[in-house]
Ligand binder design. Structure first.
Ligand code: UDP
Length: 192
């Protein structure tokens, strides 16, 4: 893979338009993909955490979320196309899932936030089959993972913050062919 290394995190370098074409293809062909969207803060925390760093660098897409990454790449002499935010990626995936009539599972954030996110999806993206949702303050992780796998979503959006969401996805993603993405605090914004 042709990736650009910024302080140990290996980013994909493509335009948002190209990225969206890849995602469309992945959703159409029911590919198993893991998207991470590191910002500068995550790059720094991955430097201090070899396990987290490995999980990020083994993901299928490593997307530069933040102008700091683009500026850093330029300074390091390996310029990148453009910033692609996790939030815009989340919105694109939801729109694509609606267009393609796909099954979606949403996990994480506070109970009232995930409820509001579920309601917004049902109202504004009626062609999505929302197969389930759960807040991010559960006791039995394995039980939640099993529920997701059983419901067979095509798209799994996980908002547990980093590195929790990436550790969760990395652990269970091989049990279900879906597009998996950690979306951090995006539901808080999306539902508001
Ligand atoms: N969160 C969660 N479970 C946890 C910890 C955090 O569901 O055990 C949620 C939190 O409610 C928030 C999201 O994770 O909606 C992202 O948290 P934060 O803003 O700290 O992460 P970041 O966006 O910086 O990755």
């Amino acid at each position: 893979k042709n990736r650009i290394n910024i302080l140990g995190t290996e980013f994909d370098n493509f335009t948002e338009k190209q990225f969206h074409l890849y995602l469309d293809n992945d959703l159409d062909f029911k590919a198993n993909k893991f998207i991470v969207t590191p910002n500068p803060e995550i790059v720094l925390s991955a430097r201090k955490d070899a396990n987290f760093s490995k999980i990020i660098n083994n993901a299928d897409y490593v997307i530069p979320d933040g102008i700091g990454i683009i500026k850093g790449a330029k300074i390091l002499g390996t310029p990148m196309h453009e910033r692609i935010t996790g939030f815009d990626t989340l919105k694109y995936l939801i729109e694509a899932a609606n267009r393609k009539l796909l099954k979606v599972y949403i996990l994480g954030s506070k109970p009232e936030v995930i409820e509001a996110t579920a309601n917004k999806i049902k109202k504004d993206y009626p062609q999505i089959d929302l197969v389930g949702y759960h807040d991010g303050y559960f006791k039995d992780e394995g039980e939640i993972a099993q529920e997701i796998i059983t419901k067979k979503p095509n798209l799994v959006l996980v908002a547990l913050g980093s590195p929790k969401q990436e550790i969760f996805i990395n652990k269970y993603k091989d049990q279900l062919n879906a597009v998996w993405i950690g979306v951090g605090g995006s539901f808080d914004v999306f539902s508001g």
